[in-house]
Design a protein around this ligand. Structure first.
Ligand code: ARG
Length: 444
């Protein structure tokens, strides 16, 4: 039971949050004359010593005694400054408000690391989108070649998802960063500690206004996992595209050696392991989110030990999110693109819509032009021509008298992308507008 019950081997990573919380709590006890100035300074001195032991890796966990980080720190504090004073620290406090406080502090700081990694990922996209603006490749629907798009347009599409992830993360942080300290075991603090002071000193944005919520709420853990799941679904789709683009058959991109591996058997192989892991780890994050929802569901009010089950999935999920974001940035900023391969994958039939649009500009209704353009594709095929651009004006005129000399400018991929200059399109000007929009958000 002792082993089954203990959480020290994983919650020890919250040692700093635990010590900060204790120091501020001790100050609040002194403000209410529960402890003297001398006792307060002894508690602070002792807590700093405990902190130093964790920081220089000399803290000796007492097996079978130290159940969790909270009891371990208090045990050690008593050994260092004497149990008489150390025993006053926990006055009016419970591990229930303590653990909720520590987890929120730890998570808030971790989310800040993830946020900065996510900003780096967005910047890597913006940098590439600007640098590679001239590259044109096929855009796909149903994985079938559809219309030409700029590679930068594809890059920017992913920044729109990641930008929403960033906005959601910033909103989520507000709900994580609320202070439960001073909730006691469940009913509140009987020594009138100044909860606004506790919150401010610990860097929280607000105080949780109900003590039962203070000790029992783990929505902030669930929401982090939900956030992570949606984010990883975006990462997995991004990775899947790049895996495809890096195959010999596509050859649009080539991963740097640092982010690929060879095969133990086939000497010629270069495998996109980084991208496959990014795709694969999304499953792990979804699973942890769903698992924790099962833990939360139908729990009775306030603290139940089930809640200790929040930490391992939370720690693993946030680790995975941080690592994955950094790896994705590394992959993108070091891969090389092959403009020739992208161009070679473009085929004239991908301009069939442009041909129809040409006739629309000559006054023909779109439904008709769609039919005529389709007929042009079939005709070129039946005549054994390499594409609709080889039909020539005479043959095109047999399909519609509206075709003129200027139709030849339609058979150009650059022309095709430049036509799509409305907001959100793939024209140079439109992609630059997208880059500007995301840059503005990063400046906020
Ligand atoms: N290790 C516990 C957790 O993570 C701390 C709170 C324990 N509280 C209690 N009443 N047993 O949830």
């Amino acid at each position: 039971m002792t082993t089954y019950n203990e959480s020290i081997h994983y919650d020890k990573r919250m040692y700093l949050a635990d010590i900060l919380g204790s120091k501020v709590y001790a100050t609040s006890l002194h403000q209410r004359n529960i402890i003297t100035a001398h006792e307060l300074s002894e508690l602070h001195r002792g807590l700093d010593l405990v902190h130093a032991e964790w920081a220089n890796d000399t803290f000796a966990i007492s097996p079978g005694v130290d159940e969790d980080i909270h009891t371990a720190n208090e045990r050690r504090l008593g050994e260092l400054i004497g149990k008489g004073i150390a025993g006053k620290l926990h006055t009016g406090r419970s591990r229930n408000d303590q653990v909720a406080t520590d987890t929120r502090i730890w998570l808030r700081d971790t989310l800040d690391e993830i946020e900065s990694a996510l900003v780096d990922l967005l910047r890597a996209h913006l940098g590439r989108a600007e640098a590679d603006l001239d590259a044109i490749m096929p855009g796909y629907t149903h994985l079938q070649r559809a219309q030409p798009i700029r590679w930068s347009h594809w890059l920017m599409s992913h920044t729109y998802y990641f930008t929403d992830d960033l906005t959601r993360l910033r909103q989520l942080r507000i709900r994580v960063n609320r202070c439960p300290l001073g909730s006691g075991a469940l009913a509140g603090n009987p020594f009138a500690v100044d909860r606004a002071f506790l919150a401010t000193e610990l860097g929280f944005d607000s105080v949780i206004g109900n003590s039962l919520v203070g000790v029992a709420d783990r929505d902030f853990v669930a929401e982090t996992m939900m956030w992570g799941s949606l984010f990883m679904s975006h990462v997995s789709r991004w990775a899947e595209d790049l895996i495809l683009y890096s195959t010999q058959e596509f050859g649009f991109v080539k991963l740097a050696d640092a982010y690929s591996t060879g095969s133990s058997l086939m000497p010629q192989k270069k495998n996109p392991d980084s991208l496959e892991l990014l795709r694969g780890k999304s499953g792990r994050v979804f699973g942890q989110m769903v698992g924790f929802m099962y833990t939360l569901k139908a729990l009775p009010s306030t603290y139940n030990k089930d809640l200790q089950e929040d930490k391992e999935p939370l720690f693993d999920t946030t680790r995975t999110l941080l690592d994955s974001t950094r790896i994705a940035t590394g992959v993108l900023s070091t891969l090389s693109i092959n403009r020739e391969k992208m161009l070679a994958a473009l085929t004239m039939d991908m301009l069939a819509t442009d041909l129809a649009d040409y006739l629309v500009r000559k006054g023909v209704p779109f439904r008709e032009t769609h039919h005529i353009s389709g007929a042009a594709v079939s005709l070129a095929e039946n005549e054994g021509l390499s594409g609709i651009d080889k039909l020539g004006l005479d043959k095109l005129r047999t399909l519609s008298p509206k075709f003129d000399e200027d139709v030849m400018q339609v058979f150009n991929f650059e022309h095709s992308v430049e036509m799509r200059s409305a907001v959100g399109g793939t024209a140079r000007e439109s992609v630059l507008r997208q880059i500007g929009e995301v840059k503005a958000l990063l400046r906020d």
